[in-house]
Design a protein around this ligand. Sequence first.
Ligand code: NDP
Length: 278
Amino acid sequence: MSADHYVVIGNPIAHSKSPAIHARFAELTGQQVDYQRLLAPLDGFAQAVHDFIAQGGKGANVTLPFKLDAFALATELSERARIAGAVNTLKFEHGHIYGDNTDGIGLVADIVRNAGVNLHGKRLLLLGAGGAARGALLPLLQEEPASLTIANRTLAKAQDLQQQASSLSDRCELQACRFEDLQQPFDVIINATSASINDDVPQLAAIVFGKTTLAYDMMYAAAPTAFLRLAASHGAQCRDGLGMLVEQAAEAFALWRGVRPPSTPVLTEMRAALQASL
Ligand code: NDP
C-alpha cells in the first residue's frame, strides 16, 4: 500500500521538527504516512494548499505565519479552531477543507498527562494574549480551573481575551491585567508571550511564583528560556513547550489517521536530540 501524503506548511520551515515527530508516530503505529516540509510564499498560502490537494495530499499542519490564512481557507472548523480564530491542522476529505487547532489541547495534555499537574480548581496565570494564548483558552477552561488571570503588555488584548473567556465559562473567575499588576501567587503560570524568542521575559513580581508553582513556557530551546530561568530562581517547577509540540502533533495525527500515537517515547527522543544539540 502506498503512503498518504501530509506536509507542514510555513515560512520559514526548514527548522520544523514536525516531519521527525510524524515519522516516528507512523513507525510506532504502523501507518503508511509520508510527511514533508512545504515552504509557501508569504502571499501564496492558499495556492500552495490547493496545489497540494490536487497532488492527492490528505492533510497539513500549519505554522507561522499562516495560521490565520488556514482559518480563512477552511470550509469547516472545529469548535476549538473557531474559538482560537486560528488553524494549525488541516484535513482534506471529500472536497472539504476541515480546520482544527490542536495547540491548546496539546498544551493541556502536556501539563495534565505528562507533567502530572491537574488544572481542576487551580489558579492559572496566562501571560500573553496573542494567537497561542487564544488557542489555549478553551482547552484550559475545559479543565475547570478556579481562576484564570490573563496578563498582557497591551492590556486591551488581555481584556478582549477575558471577554471571550467569560462567554465560555460561567464558573471560572476571570481577570485581565498588566504584568505589573500581578501581586499574588499562582498554581500554574503559562508563558504564551513571544518574549522568550529574544531571551526576554515579562516583568513579574517574585510573589507570583511559589515552590509548587508550575512555570510553563510554550517556547522550547536547548537551554532554559529567560522566563524559566526567572521561575527557577524563585523555586518554581519548570517545563518548556517541547511536550506541547509533540502533543499537538499527536492530536493532529489522531485526527488524520484515527489512531492515537504513543507520545511519551517520542517526547523522550526529541528531548534527547534537543539536549544533544547544546
Ligand atoms: P503572537 O505574536 O500572536 O503573540 C505574542 C504575544 O507576546 C503578545 O501577547 C505580545 O504582547 C507578547 N509579547 C511579545 N514580546 C513581548 C515582550 N518583549 N514582553 C512581553 N510580552 C511580549 O505569538 P504566538 O501567540 O503565536 O506565540 C507565542 C509563543 O508561543 C511563541 O514563543 C511561540 O513559539 C510559542 N508557541 C509554541 C507552540 C508549541 O507547540 N510549543 C505552539 C504555538 C506557539 P502584545 O499584545 O502587547 O504585543
